[in-house]
Write a protein that binds this ligand. Sequence first.
Ligand code: SAM
Ligand code: SF4
Length: 324
Amino acid sequence: MLVDPHGRVVRDLRISVTDRCNFRCTYCMPAEGMTWLPRDQVLTFEEIERVARVCVERFGFESIRITGGEPTVRAHLPVLVEKLAALGVDLAMTTNGIKLPEVAADLRAAGLRRVNVSLDSLRPERFTQLTRRDAVDAVVAGIDAAVAAGFDPVKVNVVVMRGVNDDEVVELATFARERGVEARFIEFMPLDADEAWSAEKVVPAAEIVAAIAGVYPVETVSQGSEPATRYRYVDGRGAFGVIASVTAPFCGACDRVRLTAEGKFRNCLFAVEETDLRALLRGGADDEALAAAVAADVGGKWAGHSIGQVRFVRPARSMSQIGG
Ligand code: SAM
Ligand code: SF4
């Protein structure tokens, strides 16, 4: 087991497979001017698999999530999924959904079990403003394709922002209920490349829950190590979750670490320091040395981020470069 200095057991690895994306969400990327990593700096599938295998075999990691950038823009993704599925972990992916109609069946067949699809608005004009792509219908088709391919559960990630889409919370909850998928409302975090985040733009999770509970009676579902607090609709039509990353951080129960597309290991979304595993991988390090580097990084994991406090330091990377 890998235990951090605050007694938390690390069990979950988030792997960014690319820093590239076919969207430009305002809360994540700038409209223009992203410079992508050169191909040779991005970890190969074999290198990713090796880090994952060390985490699973040496430290008993139980779950892996594939993310990005947009993971589905990486060529031959099912090949990686197959390699990671062979490790016997709970394997999930977060995607913007646009390519799911094409790739969902292959990913499912390769062993991916669960997907989260991001959808912040159902209104075409607003969706286009938010993602800088006219693609709401394509993303809804992607959600339907994920359900049809047999992913279970399919979740819909919604970043809620004051004055942007906070009036759509109930509509999005209804959309998810009706499709038999689970909405996950996420508080806006200061990881946008445009640096437009401010505390006033955060819609507190409590407000989101109150809006939905005002229309559909709900009851709390007990919380495990997952960051979301879940609520069940009392009429039996599923559940939704809220992730209060800013107003009530889940740091105390955090069990995750991250690997960026170019092989930097991070012990927190908001970490300001990283460990270069690619240098070790390409320098001929054995599994022992890789495991030692992972353990040393986790040994420096802090108790929690300090968004909203004076000592908070924004990470140099934005969300798409870390891997959300
Ligand atoms: N491209 C994929 C997608 O959009 O689902 C995966 C990567 S994306 C960085 C992962 C998740 O982070 C998405 O659900 C996205 O909405 C969320 N996200 C991005 N920027 C965020 C921010 N500033 N605050 C909160 N969530 C954010
Ligand atoms: Fe791309 Fe996902 Fe970032 Fe949107 S949130 S720009 S889809 S990486």
